[in-house]
Design a protein around this ligand. Structure first.
Ligand SMILES: [Zn+2]
Length: 376
C-alpha cells in the first residue's frame, strides 16, 4: 500500500467564477464530500493535508511580473487598466473578487503535492483543484490564471527530478507544453480532442518540441466521438512505452474529466469506465505520482470520477451505491447519478472507421517520428 496525500481546503468555496460560468468551484467541495463519505480519508495510508497558499515568489518562477501585477489589481474584482490585454475580462477568464488569492490556493496545493512526493513522505498526492493547464506566462486563458502544473514541475526540476507530464483533459495542455517545449528534461504527453474542433486549437501530432526539446512534446489529438475503445487503444500504443523509455522519477498528471460523452463543452465520447481504465494504467506505470484535477463541466461526472481516481490511487474498491450520507447532504446539488459508475452509456456514434483510421495514422506518425528520439 502506497502512502498518499489528499490536499484540500474549504477556503476554495470563497471564490466564484460566476453563476453562468462553466467552471463551478463547488465541484471541488462535492468531490471532497464524496471521498470523505466513502471513508477514503480515514485509511491508515492516507494523509489529509489542508492547503496552504503559495507565495508570490513561487508564481514568479513562471509568470511575468507585469502579469502578476495585473492579477493582483484584478483581485478586488474590477477591471482595471489594461487587464484585457492579459486575457482577463468577461467570458472565459472573468475578473472576480479574490481571483489572485484563488490562484495562490490552487498553486499552493500543487506545491504541497510536489513536496509530499519529493520529501520522502509518500508516493502519490492529489490536488483536485489543480491542473489549470492553459495559463501562459503573461496571459490568462481557458479559465486558468496561474499555471500550477508548470510551477509544480519547475519545483520538481529544481530538485533534480526527471518529470513526465500526462494530460488527459479533453483540451490540449497547451500552457504546459509551451513552457517545456525546448527542454528534454520534461516529456509532455497530451491526449485531447483535436484542435480542429476544440479550444485551444493546438496539440497537433506534428507539434513535437524544438531544439533540445525536439521529440519531448507528444500529442494525441482525437476526432470528435472518440469512444473508450479507440482512446484506450491509442493510449496503450503510445504512453506505456514512452514512460519506460523516458524513465521519469515523477509523473505529473492533469486528470480533466471533460472527455465524457455528456460533458457540455466537448465532443469526445468516453465513459467513466474508460476513464477508470486509464487511471489504473497510470497507477501501474508511475513511480511517483503528482495528480492534479482539471476540466469537467458535468458536476455529477467530476465528483464520481475523481472519487474513483482517489480510490484507485489508494487501491480500494468502492461500493457502487453512493453513500446515503452524501446523497442526503447534497440533495438538489446536481448529483444526478446515484451510482458510482452509473449513468446512461454513450450511444456509439457510428464508431466510424474514419476515426479508427485517423488514429492509426496519428499513432503511426508518432512512432516513426518521435520514439527513436526519446530512446536515444
Ligand atoms: Zn478541458
Amino acid at each position: 500500500m502506497k502512502e498518499t496525500a489528499f490536499i484540500y481546503t474549504d477556503a476554495y468555496l470563497d471564490y466564484d467564477y460566476g453563476s453562468s460560468h462553466p467552471l463551478q468551484i463547488k465541484r471541488l467541495k462535492l468531490t471532497y464530500e464524496l471521498i470523505k463519505a466513502y471513508g477514503l480519508l480515514d485509511l491508515p495510508s492516507v494523509q489529509f493535508i489542508p492547503t496552504i497558499k503559495a507565495e508570490e515568489e513561487h508564481l514568479t518562477l513562471f509568470h511575468s511580473k507585469d502579469y502578476l501585477d495585473v492579477l493582483k489589481q484584478a483581485d478586488e474584482g474590477h477591471l482595471k487598466g489594461n487587464a484585457n490585454s492579459f486575457g482577463l475580462g468577461p467570458g472565459d477568464n472573468p475578473i472576480f473578487p479574490g481571483l489572485y488569492d484563488w490562484s495562490l490556493w490552487v498553486t499552493g496545493a500543487t506545491l504541497q503535492a510536489v513536496d509530499f512526493v519529493t520529501d520522502g513522505k509518500g508516493e502519490i498526492a492529489f490536488n483536485i483543484a489543480g491542473g489549470l493547464h492553459h495559463a501562459l506566462r503573461s496571459r490568462a486563458s481557458g479559465f486558468c490564471y496561474i499555471n500550477d502544473p508548470v510551477i509544480g514541475i519547475l519545483r520538481l526540476l529544481d530538485r533534480g527530478k526527471r518529470v513526465l507530464y500526462i494530460d488527459i483533459d479533453a483540451h490540449h495542455g497547451d500552457g504546459v507544453q509551451k513552457a517545456f517545449y525546448e527542454t528534454d528534461q520534461v516529456l509532455t504527453i497530451s491526449l485531447h480532442e483535436s484542435g480542429y474542433t476544440l479550444f485551444p486549437g493546438t496539440g497537433h501530432e506534428y507539434e513535437m518540441g524544438r531544439g533540445k526539446g525536439e521529440g519531448y512534446s507528444i500529442n494525441l489529438p482525437f476526432p470528435p466521438y472518440t469512444d473508450d475503445e479507440l482512446y484506450l487503444w491509442a493510449f496503450e500504443e503510445i504512453v506505456p512505452e514512452l514512460i519506460l523509455a523516458f524513465s521519469p522519477d515523477v509523473v505529473v498528471t492533469q486528470l480533466g474529466v471533460d472527455t465524457f460523452y455528456n460533458d457540455p463543452l466537448t465532443n469526445l465520447h468516453l465513459s467513466i469506465e474508460g476513464y477508470e481504465k486509464v487511471l489504473r494504467r497510470i497507477k501501474e506505470l508511475a513511480p511517483k505520482w503528482v495528480a492534479l484535477g482539471g476540466g469537467g463541466y458535468n458536476i455529477s461526472n467530476v465528483v464520481r470520477s475523481w472519487t474513483l481516481a482517489w480510490a484507485i490511487m489508494n487501491e480500494v474498491e468502492l461500493n457502487e451505491e453512493l453513500p446515503e450520507s452524501f446523497l442526503k447532504k447534497t440533495a438538489g446539488m446536481e448529483i444526478e447519478e446515484k451510482k458510482l459508475r452509473g449513468g446512461q452509456k454513450p450511444t456509439l456514434h457510428t464508431q466510424n472507421n474514419d476515426n479508427r483510421m485517423e488514429m492509426e495514422r496519428v499513432v503511426g506518425y508518432l512512432k516513426e517520428k518521435y520514439f527513436l528520439k526519446i530512446k536515444g
